[in-house]
Ligand binder design. Structure first.
Ligand SMILES: NC(=O)C1=CN([C@@H]2O[C@H](COP(=O)(O)OP(=O)(O)OC[C@H]3O[C@@H](n4cnc5c(N)ncnc54)[C@H](OP(=O)(O)O)[C@@H]3O)[C@@H](O)[C@H]2O)[C@@H](O)CC1
Ligand SMILES: Nc1ncnc2c1ncn2[C@@H]1O[C@H](COP(=O)(O)OP(=O)(O)O)[C@@H](O)[C@H]1O
Length: 395
């Protein structure tokens, strides 16, 4: 079956941004746990942590060697270099398999992200050095789920596919990036963002495909991928923190799945969907899901709902407005299983727009060189512009 290619507007993507409310504090906004940087690549941790902080998250915790932590703190004193509970993890930038002790720390973090029969998995961005470790764990029987976001460049994609048993060269990835990203999503169960030009995102076992604006080629500079990883980590942490709110749509989907009440509550003729549906840009005005929490429970049930790959026909949002499996996304109706794809594509869009601003690229303009750290400093302005676009389209 050929994948559904989705075209997503800025406003649709920015609908996934979370604006803090008056009752929020740093822990309700989300904590990102970062395993990045090593003696050889300390800068990757600086870039990833700084990008996460500038994307907007409650707290960034860093697990790294002392020298790396010192460098990060010199640049971003907001980062906490100690262990603790996190809503999402970012593992791998600046970590290589050759640094055995550091790779072992990343592998332990990866085990946390993947979960086990007694502990639910955690949303995570798996980049660079985490990807070969992931191949080993998948070969040993672990599995990913859609809130695991893999961000390989062509070389890393080739290593990952080869590690999963499909011998592939970097050149083969570059010749057919679409087949590569779909195969990686199908073989891992994760959402996969394949970096480069084109930049592609695939989810739902390779069935959904988004072709992102790759941004200017000035992005081909050391560390720009580490910035993207930090942006994505922050978006995942903020999203995952929102699941702990009983009035969030994902929370209620989880409850509906676990208790089996959702279908009955939302039972309307024609409710339900046979499978992934494209974003409907003609859906008109935003439709809020019923704000009264009908079911109660914990984030764990939300995670289990995704982890068990529940039958989509039986997932229903208790809502007297939307019914069926569709949920609101500010500017259009999207099924809940597309959320990881949307959040991932949003991260790619933020990164590309920051690059356009830094490089001064646009119609008829070649632009100028950018450095990865410049991208970081531009992130708040990009997020402000996206939020304004959402507000304008809603009014
Ligand atoms: N500031 C930081 O801390 C930064 C840290 N970073 C971190 O570094 C880690 C490694 O990530 P990476 O993508 O650089 O390495 P990797 O996937 O192993 O690919 C290596 C390939 O490149 C090629 N190659 C090498 N030299 C070449 C040349 N002169 N000209 C042409 N080709 C050349 C080489 O090919 P070969 O020489 O073998 O032919 C090989 O195929 C990762 O953890 C990342 O997060 C980066 O983000 C950068 C900033
Ligand atoms: N020719 C290009 N056009 C647009 N974007 C590119 C191009 N080449 C690389 N990029 C982007 O630059 C970033 C490079 O990331 P990566 O290869 O991981 O580098 P690093 O490890 O140095 O951070 C990715 O986001 C990728 O999509």
């Amino acid at each position: 079956m050929s994948p559904q290619s989705l075209t997503l507007t800025d406003t649709q993507l920015a609908g996934r941004l979370r604006v803090p409310g008056a009752k929020d504090h740093k822990y309700t906004r989300g904590v990102l746990g970062v395993w990045a940087g090593s003696q050889t690549y300390p800068g990757a941790a600086v870039l990833a942590c700084a990008a996460a902080v500038r994307t907007g998250v409650g707290l960034v915790r860093l697990q790294a060697p002392q020298r790396v932590a010192d460098l990060v703190l010199a640049r971003r004193p907001e980062v906490v270099p100690a262990a603790g509970r996190s809503q999402a993890l970012l593992i791998g930038p600046g970590i290589s398999a050759q640094d055995v002790p550091r790779a072992a720390e990343a592998d332990a973090a990866l085990a946390l992200a993947l979960g086990d029969p007694t502990t639910p998995p955690l949303p995570a961005v798996l980049d660079a050095g985490a990807l070969p470790l992931l191949a080993c764990r998948l070969q040993a029987g672990a599995r990913c789920w859609p809130w695991h976001v893999l961000t390989p460049h062509a070389g890393e994609a080739a290593v990952l596919l080869s590690g999963l048993g499909r011998r592939t060269s970097r050149q083969q990835v570059e010749e057919d990036p679409e087949a590569t990203v779909r195969a990686l999503s199908a073989m891992t169960g994760a959402t996969v963002l394949l970096k480069g030009n084109p930049t592609l995102v695939s989810g739902e076992g390779g069935q959904l495909l988004v072709r992102l604006d790759p941004g200017p080629a000035w992005l081909a500079t050391a560390g720009s991928g580490d910035v993207l990883a930090g942006v994505l980590g922050a978006l995942l942490a903020v999203e995952a923190a929102s699941w702990e709110r009983p009035d969030s749509e994902v929370y209620r989907v989880g409850e509906a799945c676990v208790t089996g009440r959702g279908q009955a509550d939302a039972a309307e003729p024609g409710a339900g969907s046979p499978g992934p549906a494209p974003v409907d840009p003609s859906a008109g005005e935003p439709q809020a899901a019923d704000s009264a929490p009908l079911l109660h429970g914990s984030t764990k049930s939300v995670l289990e709902c995704y982890q068990e790959d529940i039958s989509r026909d039986s997932v229903a949002i208790p809502s007297n407005k939307t019914g069926g499996v569709k949920v609101s996304c500010l500017t259009g109706l999207v099924p809940v299983w597309m959320h990881p794809l949307l959040v991932t594509a949003l991260g790619g869009r933020i990164h590309a727009r920051a690059a356009d601003i830094c490089a001064g690229t646009g119609p008829g303009r070649q632009g100028r060189p950018l450095a990865a750290l410049d991208l970081v400093e531009t992130l708040p302005a990009v997020l402000e512009a996206l939020l304004e676009a959402v507000q304008e389209s809603a009014s």
